[in-house]
Design a protein around this ligand. Sequence first.
Ligand SMILES: *[C@@H]1O[C@H](CO)[C@@H](O)[C@H](O)[C@H]1NC(C)=O
Ligand SMILES: *[C@@H]1O[C@H](CO)[C@@H](O)[C@H](O)[C@H]1NC(C)=O
Ligand SMILES: *[C@@H]1O[C@H](CO)[C@@H](O)[C@H](O)[C@H]1NC(C)=O
Length: 426
Amino acid sequence: MPLMHLHVISCLLLTQNVASLDQFEDDAALVKDYVLNHYKDTFREPNGTLAHPYLVPGGPYSQSWDWDSVFTGLALLDLGSAPYLAGSMKNFFDQTNLTTGEVTICVDPTTTSPSCSSDPADNQASGSHAKPLLIQGALVSADFTGDYMQFHAYKDKMASLLKYWEDVRLDTTTSLYTWHDQMENGADNLVLSPCPSPRSECWNDDGCANSLSAPDLMTFLIREHLAYAKFLDQWGEDGGDEERSKAAEVAKAMNDELWSEKDGFHHARNVTSGSDIDFATYVLGFPLWAGEGAISKEQASVIVDRLMQPDMLGNWGVRSTSSENEFYNNDDIITPYSNWQGPIWVNSNVITAYGMLDHGFDEEALVLVQRVMAALAADLRDTGEWHEDYNAEDGTGISADGFLSWNTLGYRMANDIAKQVNPMKL
Ligand SMILES: *[C@@H]1O[C@H](CO)[C@@H](O)[C@H](O)[C@H]1NC(C)=O
Ligand SMILES: *[C@@H]1O[C@H](CO)[C@@H](O)[C@H](O)[C@H]1NC(C)=O
Ligand SMILES: *[C@@H]1O[C@H](CO)[C@@H](O)[C@H](O)[C@H]1NC(C)=O
């Protein structure tokens, strides 16, 4: 029955290409089958410094990562991932310093000071803090099982995680929040930062650290406050309204400071130099996913238009960086960072599609999902496995042979689109 509905929206949209729904069904079936045969490779039992079961991305990555865990856990809920998702978040909460709110972007059973690199020889500990997504990850698991109380013991850790951003990453002049570096945001070499991270030779802590504000971070923070509010409500505790007000403040700063009427999307900003960074990258789609009322209907509409322009939307999904950007490429890069200067990434496309659903852009959401599904299916036909990113021009897999992680969203994304509901709606 869901596919019937897809058929209706698909016909509305793709009258010039009616064969593609059949192709989509074939692609989705192949992808689902692959997930069914491999999803358990992402599940890990408690080990070493990690007291709870957890999720790993597969391929070259054996650590438990912040956003990989959240999206893999979401993807595999119907296959039993809830305790692994809950456990992954609990492992991060366990390793959060209660006083400072600090925790790294990955955790590893062998250490409390992980390197967070795809290259095991790279022992440099990560200076990157986990994305403000952990409370949302806990909420996905709690919403699925109805067990909110399992996280009650982590209330103070959640509060200190949120306070960390206010204490360390708030630019008080603009009320914008900043990434420490581009590794932290997960889009390791994205063109927003000329000097992406401490792994780059050009890095200089004084100028570069905590200089980049961007709509992806503002969106994560809006959602993280809303997720914490929901936990407080569920626990029968006060404070939910205060968290919702904080979410609204973050949204206001994002719109006041970063929105560009001229370009039709939120810019990034270097808060150190005070200059706007107006490159079109996938992060321009994130505010669609920011939750109830964060952006206006008009903003949503122009953001969607911008994403559907041919420099952003290719045959395999929305590019990580516009094809018109001077740094645009689809090179096979993974060490010291993965390539976000052009290739298609499944997680960003699915987040964007979910955001589109929140604003009623169901047809556009379907286009994104159909196209990344096509890339995932083509990879299985060609190589029998998945990669972490896809060449935006020909759809071939690029790096990290055997990657699973958020590509497993292929298991559920057609159904999510058919239901027209963002499963992480806040
Ligand atoms: C625990 O982690 C170590 C180090 O990564 C690994 O060698 C070992 O196989 C793991 N044990 C289990 C039971 O997963
Ligand atoms: C938490 O951070 C503080 C300040 O840096 C430090 O003194 C303390 O040892 C840390 N606590 C733990 C458990 O690492
Ligand atoms: C921001 O500007 C400072 C100083 O001008 C520079 O050192 C830093 O690399 C810039 N950061 C970004 C993200 O552009």
